[in-house]
Design a protein around this ligand. Structure first.
Ligand SMILES: [Zn+2]
Length: 445
């Protein structure tokens, strides 16, 4: 696809052919000049086309996917969304996405301008109704709710993604710790599944159709680290130039390719091709970095934040597939939905969990509203799920109080912790999310 386009853009034109033919006719008239030189210079070696830059386990993109979005966004809105939310700063897309009065010109291959560009034309007549291609239904297009409806989520299709895998895999994916003898291990993927089950119950009772991306503590991808050794070697040689990486580094890279890239891309296929939800809720528990990873000790930190998709850094916008995925999100206007929903969930989560906001240093995430709990960040899950995604990061798992609540398990009713009566940690999490989802849908429909 890309190479065909490159030929069309940079190949011979009709006028070029005409002038070549004309030169031949001229040469015939003058017998002193042979039609072909006796010693033609050797042909120039073909220019080496660099390998396209793509994300881990990604593929060079099909830019024709943007065809459906021609003339569906004004220049002002495109630029505002790009600068305010998607690019970390204007330097992140400089020279890769150029904005002209009538179009955005996007390089097809960031490291090879010879591959040409894609022109996305802007909408100029605002009065013209536009259809925005998306498999999800924006909440403002849902049927209006009867007053005092007890099913405020009727007609909404929600996918819940319990972050990580958990169970036996928690150690491999490094989302696991155990402190003390005879204690219940803290494994993020096992905990997010418990929350997912409770949240599913809550949202279903309120009328939503709910689907989980996984229902047990097993990987969704059929691949295992041993299947990804070649990909790991190729990735290491591409990114570090090291063709002979040591075996343990290759194994660690293959392991990461398994539990992050392959696992999330398989879940993305499930979401984009089968579930096709109106919204995905990604459930996670946060963790504070260990002061000494060889000797885990509790941290005092405990906080909450929510992530919407955005804040792409230059290295990410340079990835051809990532750049297309970013543009698809921008063009589908997921931002407004993700932000509006996060605003409501952040309030009810804060009330339920009583956690303060977590703040980033501004390098990998950026603030897009006055709400200190909400951050824009580019993660594989909130980029490749092709619909609005709210990513939740409450609680630091390695906080002493959180550890105590994990030990207490899924009890019924309330239990006292540090002088405060609380629901079990999973129920508190699920109820915090539910409250915000309901408030949002009551507001917009
Ligand atoms: Zn997580």
């Amino acid at each position: 696809m890309i190479f065909l386009a490159a030929l069309l853009n940079g190949g011979a034109t009709f006028s070029g052919l005409e002038s070549a033919a004309g030169a031949k006719a001229e040469a015939k008239k003058d017998p002193e000049i042979p039609a072909t030189p006796l010693n033609p210079p050797p042909p120039a070696p073909p220019k080496k086309v660099p390998e396209p830059i793509v994300a881990r386990l990604g593929n060079p993109p099909d830019w024709s996917r943007l065809d459906l979005y021609q003339r569906t966004i004004t220049r002002e809105e495109f630029t505002r969304l790009l600068d305010h939310c998607y690019a970390r700063d204007p330097g992140a897309y400089q020279g890769i996405i150029q904005i002209f009065p009538d179009r955005a010109r996007v390089l097809r291959q960031s490291n090879h301008p010879g591959a040409g560009h894609y022109d996305l034309y802007f909408l100029t007549d605002r009065r013209k109704p536009v259809t925005i291609e998306r498999y999800w239904t924006p909440p403002w297009k849902l049927e209006e709710l009867p007053p005092n409806s007890d099913k405020p989520l009727r007609g909404v299709r929600i996918a819940i993604d319990p972050g990580h895998i958990g169970g036996e895999w928690a150690d491999v994916e490094q989302r696991y710790y155990k402190i003390g003898e005879d204690t219940i291990p803290v494994a993020e993927g096992t905990m997010t599944l418990k929350v997912a089950r409770l949240l599913e119950k809550n949202l279903t009772a309120l009328g939503a159709t709910v689907v989980l991306t996984r229902t047990d503590t097993e990987p969704v991808t059929p691949l295992r680290p041993s299947d990804l050794m070649d990909e790991a070697r190729a990735w290491l040689s591409k990114t570090t130039g090291n063709q002979l990486a040591p075996k343990d580094l290759v194994e660690r890279t293959a392991s990461r390719l398994f539990y992050v890239s392959a696992e999330l891309r398989t879940r993305a296929d499930l979401i984009n091709e089968t579930i096709r939800p109106d919204l995905v809720l990604c459930l996670h528990f946060d963790a504070a970095p260990w002061l000494n990873p060889y000797k885990p000790a509790f941290r005092d930190k405990n906080h909450l934040h929510l992530i919407i998709n955005g804040c792409y850094v230059r290295g990410e916008i340079e990835e051809d597939d990532t750049r297309l995925e970013m543009l698809l999100r921008l063009l589908q206007r997921t931002y407004y939905y993700e932000l509006g929903l996060s605003e409501e969930i952040s309030k009810t989560m804060r009330d339920e969990t009583r956690l303060p906001a977590f703040g980033y240093d501004g390098k990998t995430a950026k603030s897009v509203s006055s709400n200190e709990y909400i951050w824009a960040r580019n993660l594989l899950a909130n980029r490749v799920f092709r619909c609005p995604v709210v990513f939740l990061e409450p609680f630091c798992m390695n906080n002493r109080g959180v550890h105590a609540r994990v030990q207490a398990g899924e009890y019924r009713g309330l239990k006292e912790f540090d002088g405060v009566y609380r629901k079990n940690i999973y129920q508190e999490y699920a109820d915090g999310v539910t409250g915000g989802v309901v408030r949002y849908f009551r507001k917009v429909r």
